[in-house]
Design a protein around this ligand. Structure first.
Ligand code: BGC
Length: 358
């Protein structure tokens, strides 16, 4: 018996040393690194969980990491993934311009890189980019305001305040560009007025997409420009984390009554708290970017890369990261509001009714 055991151990050792022990080998050969920015926003938790589940379904091992919105933590996590010999890195960056050095290391190790949702800037080592059409996100938000205020037909003027996302996130410029492509002509014509006169991206941007900072800026705007009873008709908010702060500020200032109704407020991500705010008539709309669609697209990209093939893309001319145009796959965003959220979010299985209980 003892002899048998020793013999078995010797055979196992020999197999693993010669690389024939497939199971152990497979572990490394199939490892995919997924680096997400933070767990503090619902969408990234969903993105991470969807990616992991879908990759595991296809037989990959997944190293999923969240970096607490801290750039150095994300760099360290990527370095670990390189050391562990991940074959592909899927990265939703925190600061799109801070990864040049670590991506150089990835390339030296023949690791392919997919930028997830946010473009990674200033590096030739970004192989693919998968995202929702970010300019279109802004266009839909702008058009929603245009429609709800009836800007095409009503004389106005209407008062609006503008917010933008984090300056270190390339997406923020596209969201703003898309929305302003619709709203700017009305501002030029005087049908839309920005009483604060704050329209420059750098002035209206909220670093780190922080809800509390958006709330503080809205507090200041209300105090400085709306204290005398001036009506606020719309607030352009690029996403849900900003919209939550804006709504809180407005509520504290007494908005949400017949005399002082909530303005039209836009958003993005359809986070649960924001869908509830839509049901309550506090937020008007939110762009729905089905994270299942994006994850499925990225899994297709990973599969193609692992087979040594070109990954599927549908855009090669929009996303220049400062060094090159990154081959991209753009998914189509849509919007949810109180009229269609059931069909879009519940019937599609994205949320259950219970998820959206107050
Ligand atoms: C994403 C948005 C998200 C924002 C804040 C952007 O890059 O595209 O969906 O709301 O980051 O996390």
């Amino acid at each position: 018996m003892k002899k048998c055991l020793i013999l078995l151990m010797v055979v196992l050792l020999a197999l693993s040393l010669t690389g024939c022990f497939g199971w152990f080998q497979k572990k490394d050969e199939n490892l995919i690194g997924v680096a997400m920015p933070t767990q503090s926003l619902q969408r990234w938790n969903q993105d991470g969980a969807n990616m992991k589940a879908k990759l595991e379904e296809k037989g990959y091992k997944v190293d999923l990491q969240y970096a607490n919105n801290d750039v150095n933590t994300q760099i360290q996590q990527l370095e670990n993934m390189i050391t562990k010999k991940c074959k592909v890195l899927v990265i939703a960056s925190i600061d799109g311009s801070a990864l040049t050095e670590v991506l150089r290391k990835a390339a030296e190790n023949n690791i392919k890189v997919i930028a997830y949702d946010r473009l990674i800037m200033n590096s030739e080592h970004v192989d693919y980019y998968a995202t929702f059409d970010n300019f279109q996100v802004g266009v839909i938000q702008g058009k929603y305001i245009e429609e709800k205020l009836g800007l095409k037909t009503n004389a106005g003027p209407f008062n609006i305040e503008l917010f933008a996302g984090s300056p270190d996130d390339n997406n923020a410029y596209f969201f703003n560009g898309g929305a302003m492509s619709i709203l700017q002509p009305y501002i030029d014509e005087g049908k839309l007025i920005v009483p604060s006169k704050q329209t420059e991206f750098t002035t209206i941007a909220i670093h780190g997409w922080d809800s509390a900072d958006a709330q503080a800026r809205m507090d200041n705007l209300i105090t400085a420009h709306y204290a005398g009873g001036r009506k606020l008709d719309a607030v352009l908010s690029p996403n849900d984390s900003l919209a939550i702060g804006i709504v809180t500020s407005l509520k504290n200032a007494g908005y949400g009554t017949a005399d002082k109704p909530f303005p039209v407020i836009t958003g993005q991500d359809c986070d649960k708290a924001n869908v509830i705010a839509m049901i309550n008539g506090e937020q008007s709309m939110s762009i729905f970017k089905d994270t299942r669609t994006l994850a499925a697209q990225v899994v297709d990209m990973v599969e193609a890369i692992m087979k040594g093939e070109e990954a599927p893309v549908n855009d090669t001319k929009t996303y220049n990261n400062g060094v090159k145009y990154v081959p991209s796959f753009l998914c189509e965003p849509v919007y949810a509001d109180v009229n269609n959220y059931k069909e879009l979010l519940i019937d599609s299985g994205y949320y259950t009714e219970a998820d959206l209980q107050q």
